[in-house]
Design a protein. Structure first.
Length: 553
């Protein structure tokens, strides 16, 4: 029989309502054997007492139910975001607070590339840009041509749904004013009316560029270094399980994932979701591919999820909104996938027994998903399917009630309350709908299983920050958006542990500290249930335990 290790902690927050707190945990074979007092856990027989956590607080390993492994490799590219960001190595990248600062940064990178012998034909690719902070000013080819006229320049927006390119990249991608692909933006009126602005919205338009820049691009192949970097960052944030909700799951991607997760030094459990965004993969073939991969599942790597997508980004004005539309009068967004195609493909994956996570930002898109899923479930009932609506930022109480009746969980993008709350109030949704932004309390009141997420690298990976957003609902300008939609701290902790574990069909293994589950813990210096809720985001993470293996942050 394997040896038993008993860990003592200052406090153990179990998230198990039958036994909310404890002081000791017994672990054997990477699983939790017993939880309680030293006397209670000692009844299993001889053990080794480990007191390394004696002055610290343990809670279940945090579960990030919607992020992207690219958070680990995006830092190989220049960062152009508004907010300061910390990379997986702990370096802080300062935010850029004007369009001119963005152009200056690109010019600097261009000069550095030339000095390093990287000629003008090599694309300059950067990420994290978001023009919504610049008072409505949009970036155009005129800005980027000042940074470089001969070198192709590609800037990915923070939301991942838009990009800007310069004239050289438009030429390389063979995009002209006659291009009929939806999402290729043109100047309106004036002397330049009909000419290309260089802004490309959503996958169909962006693909024209991505197919030219290939492996050097924003959607380049997965690398072992990138996944290991992500795993380090996950450990720093107390995350033991992460769902990568958009993965091609090609031969190279799977080889990288299987190699990294086979290493005992891997610090995170990964659930990669097959991206079935556009109806172009062939749903039947995609379902067969994912089901075949499931035979290769291990503790640290779990195939079986499918990611689908209906609309775009609210702050990028490519999301689909119901009446009265965007507050600033912008045109409605883009159907990334036609609702009819979505319903047909959804049914194929559903009948194959897979769990489907659907991206819906605007309320029109959320309603379209609910309508389609309801019809599919009538034709093909399946108990406990756990198909999940992801982001769902504008879902209202009537939609939540329908979701509860259909067994649809919600994984809400609570970080928007801080990062774009003011912009949603002033520009995209207006005051009324902004107060129901990421309506966590309404979801729980309707009986909808709830998770919250970061969508890293759209916003930084950090479930405790996400919990802080859901508890405080405050914006950078000091607004409180929807005070009655605030979660309690305990509800928020549930939404970053058991909540996402439920959406991933792993609540029987992870998400709480109780007998039989994986020995996954987040190690904290402070007690989240004892601190001022306004300081929840500042809790200090000291490391993690993944299936009994201890890792320091």
């Amino acid at each position: 029989m394997s040896a038993i290790t008993v860990y003592r902690a200052r406090k153990i927050i179990t998230l198990n309502p039958m036994q909310p707190e404890a002081t000791h945990i017994a672990v054997r074979d990477g699983r939790i054997l017993s939880v309680g007092s030293l006397e209670r856990v000692g009844e299993w027989g001889a053990f080794e007492l480990d007191e390394r956590f004696a002055d610290q607080v343990l809670m279940p390993g945090l579960v990030e139910g919607h992020c992207h492994l690219k958070e680990g490799s995006m830092w190989d590219l220049p960062y152009l975001g508004w907010f300061d960001r910390r990379d997986p190595q702990g370096n802080v990248w300062p935010g850029l607070r004007s369009m001119e600062a963005v152009v200056a940064r690109l010019s600097e990178v261009d000069s550095q590339m030339k000095a390093a012998g990287r000629g003008g034909a090599e694309p300059l690719i950067a990420w994290g840009f978001d023009p919504i902070y610049f008072g409505g000013e949009r970036m155009t080819v005129e800005h980027l041509d000042r940074a470089g006229r001969t070198r192709p320049i590609v800037i990915g927006h923070a939301n991942g749904h838009l990009m800007n390119v310069n004239s050289a990249m438009l030429k390389l991608a063979e995009i002209t004013r006659d291009s009929e692909v939806e999402g290729v933006v043109r100047f309106e009126g004036g002397a330049r009316g009909g000419e290309l602005t260089g802004e490309l919205q959503e996958p169909a338009a962006m693909f024209l560029v991505l197919k030219k820049i290939g492996s050097a691009g924003l959607l380049g192949p997965m690398t072992e270094a990138g996944v290991r970097s992500f795993a380090r960052l996950a450990c720093m944030q107390g995350v033991t399980t992460a769902a990568d909700l958009a993965n091609k799951l090609g031969e190279n991607d799977c080889a990288v994932l299987e190699s990294v997760t086979a290493d005992d030094a891997c610090r995170v459990r990964i659930l990669p979701a097959f991206q079935a965004f556009h109806g172009t993969h062939g749903a039947a073939q995609g379902a067969e591919h994912v089901r075949g991969l499931m035979a290769r599942n291990t503790d640290r790597l779990r195939y079986g999820l499918v990611k689908m997508m209906l609309d775009g980004s609210i702050q990028g004005f490519s999301a689909r909104l119901r009446w009265p539309g965007h507050f600033n009068g912008a045109a409605n967004g883009i159907w990334v996938m036609a609702p009819s195609q979505y319903e047909a493909d959804f049914e194929t994956y559903h009948r194959a027994g897979l769990t489907i996570h659907t991206h819906t930002n605007g309320d029109e898109a959320s309603l379209a998903a609910i309508d389609a899923i309801e019809r599919v479930l009538v034709r093909a009932p399946r108990p406990d399917h756990r198909h999940t609506l992801q982001h769902g930022q504008m879902i209202d109480a009537p939609m939540f009630r329908r979701m509860a009746a259909l067994g649809l969980p919600a994984n809400l993008f609570a970080n928007h309350l801080w990062y774009w709350g003011d912009q949603h109030y002033e520009m995209t949704m207006g005051p009324d709908r902004a107060h129901r932004l990421d309506a966590c309390a309404s979801a729980l009141a309707a009986g909808v299983p709830l998770a919250i997420h970061s969508d890293a690298p759209v916003t930084p990976l950090g479930p405790l920050f996400t919990a802080w957003c859901a508890v405080n609902r405050v914006t950078p300008k000091g607004r409180v958006l929807g005070e009655r939609e605030r979660l309690t701290v305990l509800q928020a902790l549930h939404a970053i542990t058991l909540g996402p574990a439920w959406t991933l069909k792993l609540d029987h293994e992870i998400g709480s500290i109780e007998c039989g589950k994986r020995a996954d813990f987040c190690v904290l210096e402070d007690d989240p249930l004892a601190v001022d809720p306004a300081t929840l985001k500042d809790l200090r993470v000291r490391g993690t335990v993944l299936s009994g293996r201890v890792f320091q942050a």
